[in-house]
Design a binder for this molecule. Sequence first.
Ligand code: ZN
Length: 319
Amino acid sequence: MLNERTDTTTDTLVRATAAGGNIRCMAAVTTELVAEATARHGTSDTVAAALGRTLTGTLLLGAGLKEFDRLTVRIEGDGAAGGITAEANARGQVRGYVRNPEADAQLNSGGKFDVRAVVGRSGMFYVTYESGYDIGLYREPYRGSVPLVSGEIGEDFAYYLAKSEQIPSAVMLGVLVRARASGETFIDAAGGLMIQLMPGADEKTVAAVEEAVARTPHTTTLIRAGAGPVEMLRAALGDVPFEVLEERPVSFACSCSYERAVSLISSIEQRELESMLREDRGAAMTCHFCNSTYSIDESSLEEIVSRRVATTVGDAPRD
Ligand code: ZN
């Protein structure tokens, strides 16, 4: 999977409202960030679609996050991908990984990447909202979970919203992977939209939205035709007027760093550190979320062993 595009577009998320606040709408173009995530993790094309949809869905679900909030979506299916994790924050940053990025499957009967086959047909869909983690004001997280109903991810986000948050929703998530003449594949378009029908929405409007959503082309078709998030919402909402509340850039970003890797290493048992020093003459740590590797050389490791600085792990790379 290559991470290079010539017709560069900027990834954007739009949050909007309709029907006097009774319909919440979000849409995003995520082509660049999905290309970066899939290139970093060396995913198969099918896993690229699965990870891209999950990253996009997590950004959309987290569109209303407040400063210092964090949203994690974890899909634990019984497919070969072995679990997908995505995490978004209020700054429009998302990161994520797949346990087995190289897992793959035959195209499905419709000639499409069989996302369900790599994700799994049964399993669980977990959502965690955390607040204040980055600034040490850790509150009890909100957790929700539902069984996996589809494995195609968009429907699983919709099922989660309906069952766990009691918000009937339409969710469309798309990742278009295409091949160059050389055979190498790339992310040509990625994005999605989410329409949440709050309890106050009147039946006529709900029916109009449902009808428009049903007629909406694939999100990647819209994006390839030049649509941004606002145009995507216009397509999905038909004649129902909406008001854009916020438009902001979104990106793949990870909070790991060399300092955090050192801090994490410092929390390992002394005996283990000494053996790393003796046998490996250093240490290397790879962040699950972005696949960056931090090498801690012999002298730095010696210093850690001799000083055992008491530091908090903070937001260090985690499983
Ligand atoms: Zn990282």
